[in-house]
Ligand binder design. Structure first.
Ligand code: SAH
Ligand code: SF4
Ligand code: F3S
Length: 475
């Protein structure tokens, strides 16, 4: 499970690396082959990997965590920053060695990097046998068959309709408590720095009934928290033919909240231009919709926001934050921030720091700008901020966030929160870890209670670090 809260995880250009997933294989089944898959990038990519595993599994392939056992090696890739791609390329050189030792092994590159580079990947990375874009996963079995004949197999067609709505994802490497549910794919926003509209294609929303069915099934299987995922969840828009009405994100959120009061709901990501009061009212109305909004800022300078094509100004953003705090006084807000975008001055950078302070973010994902080929910014603007300046500004942003996170956590000392237990803490089997509705990680001793993973428990906060609250069970 991706720890959304750990600041250490999101500094600089780090890529969140997926574990090679737990075997979903049944030893009584004679699989055609075993596959091993790794994911990089955003939560949506992790969610896609669960769809990919499901497609492969229902076509007779078994998942394995053991690379040595695998004859199919897949990497579900990310293109968001240069470093993300470099990490994958490095990993591919490691797979080359395995392939040299066992000629039967086939290697497939999936996801955003496959989509961005297409057949170029085959020229650049000679060991790659399959290149499969994010909308082509249904064709995986036929692409594998093709690659088995010794031909390179490529499918990078983007679709306007594909949402994989009917595919029931296999929950990989899951704690059995928290799950992702994709509600839409693609993005229409064209932020000038961003590669996603090119790698993921046009925005499309998934059938609301399938989302509710999947979420209900998760709850029936013991899951207690789901995160509705999309690049821009607030622009979810799906036409319900049965009822002859459009379903908005606020309506969808309400429907999912109504599944059961013991099922916690989160969502990500919200674009400041699209999040509506209706969404905030649903959050206020239902206790099980978590009081946390991830609201990427990117920059605090209106001039830069314009160059970024974010379609909001500094004032619009801070007014939105005011409105959130008015309707949801208890809501935590987190953000994404980019330093060193084209033409950024020290004044622009200071404005970013000011807005961070104004909003009092509890956490941020922070990056320095990485030019991506083909994006609007790459075509229109010079990447003119020297790397050392980008990095120095990033460090200042990181320091500011550290200050804000600590201040936010200190305020929680003495308070009691309802925590969903996600498992043992990393450091000790005597402690549990879980999260508050505000998406803060909380560690606490198990004590003499009989609580288990998946239970809700009341925890009083005693102390904190920058990234974690430490407490004890009070009921
Ligand atoms: N859809 C989400 C974000 C998706 S990408 C949104 O609109 O907010 C996640 C984050 O990566 C972005 O919010 C941005 O902060 C960062 N990012 C995207 N492209 C980048 C680039 N070229 N260089 C550095 N950071 C980038
Ligand atoms: Fe990229 Fe902007 Fe779309 Fe987010 S909203 S995925 S940053 S283009
Ligand atoms: Fe990366 Fe693609 Fe997600 S570029 S951030 S994996 S949508």
């Amino acid at each position: 499970m991706i720890q959304l809260l750990e600041i250490e995880n999101k500094l600089h250009d780090e890529v969140r690396q997926g574990e090679a997933y737990a075997p979903v294989s049944d030893s009584n089944i004679a699989y055609k082959k075993y596959f091993y898959i790794e994911s990089y990038g955003c939560a949506m990519n992790f969610s896609d990997t669960e769809i990919i595993a499901s497609i492969l599994n229902s076509n007779g392939y078994g998942a394995t965590r053991n690379l040595e056992e695998a004859e199919l090696i897949f990497v579900n890739t990310c293109s968001i920053r240069e470093k993300a791609e470099a990490t994958v390329r490095k990993r591919l050189t490691e797979f080359r060695k395995l392939k040299e030792a066992n000629k039967r092994i086939l290697v497939g590159v999936l996801g955003c990097m496959a989509e961005r580079l297409k057949t170029k990947l085959l020229e650049e990375e000679k060991l790659v046998d399959m290149v499969i874009g994010p909308d082509s996963y249904r064709s995986l079995p036929s692409l594998i068959a093709q690659a088995e004949t010794g031909q390179k197999a490529v499918n990078v067609l983007l679709s306007r309709e594909e949402t994989y709505a009917d595919i029931s994802p296999i929950r990989l490497d899951s704690n059995g408590v928290c799950a992702f549910v994709s509600i839409m794919r693609g993005c229409n926003n064209m932020c000038s720095f961003c590669v996603v509209p090119f790698t993921r294609g046009r925005e499309r929303s998934r059938d609301a009934y399938s989302i509710i069915a999947e979420s209900t099934e998760l709850f029936n299987n013991g899951y207690k928290e789901i995160t509705l995922l999309g690049q821009n969840v607030d622009s979810y828009y799906w036409y319900d033919e049965k009822k002859d009405q459009q379903i908005t994100f606020a309506q969808l959120l309400e429907q999912v909240a109504l599944i059961h009061p013991a099922l916690r709901i989160r969502f990500s990501t919200s674009h400041p231009k699209d999040i509506t009061d209706d969404v905030l009212f649903v959050m206020a109305k239902y206790d099980n919709v978590c009081n946390h909004i991830h609201l990427p800022l990117q920059s605090g300078s209106t001039r830069l926001l314009q160059l970024m094509n974010r379609t909001y100004s500094k004032g619009w953003y801070t007014t939105k934050v005011d409105r959130i705090k008015e309707i949801l006084p208890n809501c935590t807000i987190t953000a994404d921030i980019i330093t060193g975008f084209c033409t950024e001055t020290e004044e622009d950078h200071q404005e970013t720091l000011e807005v961070m302070e104004y909003c009092g973010y509890d956490m941020s994902y922070m990056y320095y700008y990485s030019e991506r080929p083909g994006t609007l910014a790459a075509k229109r603007f010079e990447d003119d901020i020297p790397l050392d300046v980008k990095k120095r500004r990033l460090q200042e942003v990181v320091d500011m966030q550290g200050k804000l996170s600590t201040a936010g956590n200190l305020k929680d000392i003495g308070k009691t929160f309802k925590i969903l237990i996600e498992g043992d803490s990393k450091k000790s089997e005597l402690d549990f870890t879980g999260r508050s509705e505000h998406n803060k990680s909380v560690v606490f001793p198990k004590g003499n209670f009989n609580y288990k993973k998946g239970d809700y428990v009341l925890v009083k906060v005693k102390e904190c670090t920058r990234a974690t609250l430490i407490g004890e069970i009070v009921g």
